[in-house]
Ligand binder design. Structure first.
Ligand SMILES: [Zn+2]
Length: 466
């Protein structure tokens, strides 16, 4: 009898258990673990912890300051490398509920997709990982690496307690390589790896001009909060579109040769952008420049403004209060505190009456893609998925990347298992059943391919993607 290859055994196992896996996913999705719903989030964490224990993963549920944090491990041997998987069990609020075809916390399977809040972001992806370990167990295959899991319950609110937790449990979480199973693939839906995030700085600028509303006839002598708001906003950008804050573009590091090559390989769907954004000349956008700016340059975006009367009819009074919401994204190596200071000083110069409130901040972070272990990981991924993988130097958005890179000091890569049309954060979020099953296949195959020689062997001149 010829032994079936591991891969075909795996596919057979996934197919044989497909219905059970979907039932399990639906149970997970029916627990409404919206980040701010502490009680249901806790129930969800305990459900997940029990499942991990059942799968032979030694699991601890830490009652942290916020929602519980789960840490699990399956140790194969002390001389084996260790891979840490990161994900989150909390979900975004589901409102507005009337936009959903089926209720967000009553999972519904149709068109070969599971519709529910959290299906793609991130419960389905977490479950793919756990089932991969389960598969290897069932097939009596030992992974080549020790496996650890870190699942948090506050990712959707910016992971406020993750850094502190990882700092405290650094020894326990020690790993050679860390992978986030979160986010979604490039729009082409080809297998995607992402190596960094931009930093974020979220602030509120508010202004309170007069103690009472004056009649508009006082226009020449009384300050107008609505006009101050527009003056502040226009002071933030020059006519060439560049941000005027002193030092805003300092400390930026350009893409490395490898990153530049990846940028040049990235495709971009200008038709979709043209139709969805109303920008008719989208085809003229220089793709490489667009991606370079999105990943390697900072931005300042006014995301909300309020001032004065905007109800029906008119109101003949001078506005007294105004507010501006600002979202700043920072390139790797930039310091959020330095930019915050610059903004504060600028505000003092332009409008001393205005005040600044910091909502939250997150440092930028990018994994060094020249590291041998990172190149080896890419090679293994390419071996498994084929040459057609998409390598993205950085997200344009932000995430807790620095927690792994700077605190845990482990190379960190995002390996999204969900497809691009999963509608994460929106109504009718869904996970394609095929991507769910493929997730199990990818993680299981990875765990049987990532040997110690792969993660540590010195291969200085390897080209990750020939
Ligand atoms: Zn997520």
């Amino acid at each position: 009898v010829i032994a079936m290859s591991l891969h075909s055994q795996l596919l057979k196992w996934i197919k044989k258990n497909a219905e059970t896996h979907l039932e399990l996913l639906c149970k997970f999705l029916a627990l409404p673990s919206v980040t701010c719903e502490k009680q249901t989030a806790k129930q969800c964490a305990s459900w997940l912890g029990t499942l991990m224990q059942q799968y032979g993963i030694e699991t601890k549920v830490f009652e942290a300051q916020g929602n519980p944090i789960l840490v699990g491990e399956k140790i194969i041997g002390q001389n084996k490398p260790t891979v840490l998987f990161y994900g989150h069990y909390d979900v975004q609020p589901a409102e507005p509920l009337e936009d959903w075809v089926s209720p967000p916390f009553s999972p519904d399977i149709r068109d070969n997709r599971v519709f529910a809040r959290g299906a793609a972001d991130d419960k389905g992806q977490i479950l793919s990982c756990l089932l991969a370990l389960r598969a290897l167990d069932d097939l009596s295959v030992r992974p080549l690496a020790n496996v650890k899991f870190l699942f948090e319950g506050e990712e959707e609110e910016g992971s406020p307690h993750l850094a502190e937790f990882v700092e405290e449990h650094r020894q326990y979480l020690k790993a050679d390589f860390a992978i986030a199973v979160d986010g979604n693939r490039h729009y082409s839906d080809k297998p995607t790896l992402i190596f960094g995030v931009r930093g974020g700085l979220w602030v509120e600028l508010s202004i309170n001009t007069s103690q009472r509303e004056f009649h508009v006839s006082y226009e020449d002598v009384v300050p107008n909060a609505a006009e101050e708001v527009t003056r502040i906003i226009s002071s933030l950008t020059a006519s060439n579109g560049l941000v005027t804050l002193p030092g805003f573009y300092d400390d930026i590091i350009p893409p490395s040769q490898t990153e530049q090559r990846w940028l040049e390989d990235l495709r971009f769907d200008s038709n979709v952008l043209a139709s969805e954004s109303g920008r008719q000349d989208a085809a003229q956008i220089d793709t490489v420049e667009f991606y370079r700016k999105m990943m390697f340059s900072p931005t300042l975006t006014v995301t909300g403004v309020s001032a004065g009367y905007v109800g029906s009819g008119t109101k003949a009074a001078i506005p007294t209060r105004g507010m501006i919401k600002v979202d700043i994204r920072l390139a790797p190596n930039q310091d959020p505190d330095k930019i915050l200071e610059s903004l504060n000083k600028h505000l003092g110069d332009v409008c001393p009456e205005a005040s600044l409130k910091l909502i939250s901040k997150l440092p930028p972070s990018r994994t060094n893609v020249e590291l041998t272990s990172v190149k080896q990981f890419i090679c293994t991924f390419v071996e498994i998925m084929g040459n057609d993988v998409i390598l993205i130097p950085s997200f344009g958005g932000s995430g807790p990347h620095y927690v792994f890179l700077d605190i845990l000091k482990v190379p960190f890569v995002w390996m999204p298992l969900a497809w691009s049309d999963c509608k994460a954060h929106g109504a009718n979020e869904n996970l394609s059943v095929t991507s769910f099953q493929q997730g199990i296949e990818i993680v299981a195959t990875l765990l049987t391919s990532l040997g110690i020689e792969k993660l540590h062997k010195d291969v200085p001149n390897i080209d990750p993607r020939p």
